[in-house]
Design a binder for this molecule. Structure first.
Ligand code: NAP
Length: 239
């Protein structure tokens, strides 16, 4: 287990940091990113203090091709790249605009961050992931499949990420492709979706990790999963 490497985007806070913490605890070598260098540096040091293996933080934007190349090169240099987690994401404008009012440049940016950038990383990492029979985990949302007013920009990008994952799973039999809805969480992104509202009743991202971790460690096949179902399965298994 200690020889495995994971590349996880958007790991300076929220779900990405919580999942990276679990991976660091369980022997994975890590490459992580975020745009804000100071936050990433604190996160990487915290993870390094927990980890046996190296934790490499590279600050940058997932939409920058040079940055994504640097992430994959760093992961390949650590060796045995077994897991790519496309977690970094943008909600788009807040408050959430209706589609009638949606600024099209903002929509293009949302799709660039949430769809094009994950595929670019997948393309760069695929040769290594095919060799290791590794896993791609794309973090999606119920907004990909439900019609919530105001969520048309973000939701359409997550729907595109889901179908991209679906087709990729057919095209790449050597690689496992998981696309996972983590459920609502008390994070900065969720607060942006509900500006000024008290979101403290939502679970912390740490509470969703058991489900994600069980999925990654299992031999479950490629497909769409929700953390709520995974946690319910885990509870049934424990009972
Ligand atoms: N929170 C929810 O209720 C919820 C529900 C369903 C799905 N999700 C999904 O869960 C995932 C994690 O969301 P979260 O709620 O944990 O968000 P979050 O707390 O806002 O964290 C987002 C992370 O991604 C980084 N990031 C954002 N844009 C980036 C970019 N362009 N390039 C590189 N890094 C970037 C952020 O750091 P910087 O800002 O410094 O870049 C941060 O580390 C996302 O895919 C989201 O769509 C969340």
């Amino acid at each position: 287990m200690s020889s495995r490497t994971a590349l996880i985007t958007g790991a300076s806070r929220g779900l990405g940091f919580a999942f990276a913490t679990h991976l660091a605890h369980t022997g994975w070598r890590l490459v992580i990113d975020a745009r804000t260098a100071s936050d990433l540096s604190v996160a990487a040091q915290t993870l390094q203090d927990l980890a046996d293996g190296p934790v490499i933080g590279i600050d940058g934007d997932v939409t920058d091709p040079e940055h994504t190349k640097a992430l994959v090169v760093a992961a390949e240099n650590l060796g045995d790249l077994k897991l790519l987690v496309n977690n970094a994401s943008t909600l788009g404008p807040s408050p959430l605009p209706s589609l009638a009012e949606y600024p099209l440049a903002a929509l293009a940016h949302v799709h660039d961050v949430n769809v094009v950038a994950p595929l670019r990383l997948i393309q760069l990492a695929l040769p290594a992931l095919r060799r290791t029979h590794g896993t791609i985990l794309n973090v999606t949302s119920d907004a990909a499949v439900e019609a919530y007013e105001g969520w048309g920009g973000y939701g359409s990008s997550k729907a595109a990420l889901e179908q991209l994952s679906n087709v990729l799973a057919q095209e790449e039999p050597e690689v496992r492709v998981l696309w996972v809805d983590p459920g609502d969480m008390n994070t900065r992104m969720h607060q942006e979706a509900f500006p000024g509202e008290d979101i403290s009743d939502r679970p912390l991202p740490e509470e969703r990790i058991t489900g994600l971790a069980a999925l990654v460690d299992s031999d479950a096949s490629s497909g769409r999963y929700t953390v709520s179902d995974l946690l319910a399965d885990a509870r049934r298994g424990a009972a």
